[in-house]
Design a protein around this ligand. Structure first.
Ligand SMILES: Nc1ncnc2c1ncn2[C@@H]1O[C@H](COP(=O)(O)OP(=O)(O)OP(=O)(O)O)[C@@H](O)[C@H]1O
Ligand SMILES: [Mg+2]
Length: 221
C-alpha cells in the first residue's frame, strides 16, 4: 500500500497546527501509521534553515527574495529526501504543516515570478503532489489577532516571527493567492472555513480526510 500525503495551508493563525494536532491524535487513536511534520524545519538540518529564515539578523540585513526562496527549497529538498518520500513509500499517512502552496502564496506575494516558482518546483518536488491539501481560509485581520494572543501566552522566545511583522495588506494578498491555487486545483485543495470553533473546523476536515483514507485502504470507521 502506498502512503497518503496531506498538507495544511493558510495564513498565519488560521489554525493549521491546532487542527493537525487534532487530526493526528484522532488518527493515532485509530492506530494508523502516521508521520507528522512541518515546513520549514521538518529535519535536523532544516531546522537550521528555519532559524536562518525566521530570525532577524542583528546586522539588519534581510534575505533577498531569491535567496529566501532557495532556502525554502533547500529545506524542502532535505525534507522530501529524509522524511516525506520514505514515509509515503512505507505506506504511511504523512501530515505536513505548510508545504508548496505556502511558498507559492508567500513568495509569490513577495514578488517572485510564477516562472521561477515553477522551475524550482520541478527541480525539487517533481511530480509528487499532496493527495489532499486543507486550506484553512479566513480573513488575516482576525487570524493575526489570534497569533498575537498566542505569542503573548508563549513568552519572549516565540514572540513575533519575521513574517508576523509584515503588513495586513501583504497577508490579504497571501490569502488571495491561496484561494487562487484552490480554484485552479479543486480536486486536491479543500477550502475549509477556519473562523468557526475548533470542533467545527475539525469536523469539516474529517469530512474530507476520512473518505480519502478509506479509499487508500486505511481502516477508518
Ligand atoms: N478555530 C479557532 N477558533 C479560535 N481560536 C483558534 C482556533 N484555532 C486555533 N485557534 C488559536 O489561534 C492561535 C493560532 O492557531 P495555530 O497556532 O493553530 O495557527 P497556525 O495556522 O498554525 O499559525 P502559524 O501560521 O503562525 O503557524 C492559537 O492560539 C490557537 O489556539
Ligand atoms: Mg502553526
Amino acid at each position: 500500500m502506498t502512503g497518503v500525503l496531506i498538507t495544511a495551508e493558510g495564513v498565519e493563525g488560521s489554525g493549521k497546527s491546532t487542527q493537525l494536532l487534532r487530526l493526528s491524535e484522532h488518527l493515532r487513536r485509530l492506530g494508523l501509521p502516521l508521520v507528522v511534520s512541518k515546513e520549514p524545519g521538518g529535519t535536523a538540518l532544516g531546522r537550521e534553515i528555519r532559524t536562518l529564515l525566521l530570525t532577524p539578523h542583528p546586522s539588519g540585513e534581510a534575505w533577498c527574495a531569491e535567496a529566501e526562496l532557495m532556502l525554502f527549497y533547500a529545506d524542502r529538498a532535505q525534507h522530501l529526501a529524509q522524511v516525506i518520500r520514505p514515509a509515503i513509500e512505507a505506506g504511511k499517512i504523512v501530515l505536513i504543516d505548510r508545504f508548496e502552496d505556502s511558498t507559492r502564496a508567500y513568495q509569490g506575494a513577495s514578488g517572485v515570478s510564477e516562472h521561477v516558482l515553477d522551475r524550482l518546483h520541478e527541480l525539487v518536488v517533481g511530480r509528487l503532489k499532496p493527495h489532499l491539501t486543507l486550506l484553512l481560509d479566513m480573513d488575516p485581520e482576525v487570524s493575526l489577532q489570534r497569533v498575537e494572543v498566542r505569542n503573548l501566552s508563549l513568552g519572549d522566545e516565540f514572540k513575533e516571527t519575521r513574517f508576523d511583522q509584515a503588513h495586513l495588506e501583504f497577508h490579504r494578498r497571501v490569502r488571495a493567492r491561496f484561494l487562487a491555487i484552490a480554484l485552479g486545483d479543486p480536486t486536491r485543495v479543500a477550502v475549509v472555513p477556519a473562523r468557526d470553533a475548533p470542533e467545527a473546523v475539525e469536523q469539516a476536515i474529517w469530512h474530507r480526510v476520512a473518505p480519502l483514507l478509506r479509499n487508500a485502504g486505511f481502516a477508518v470507521e
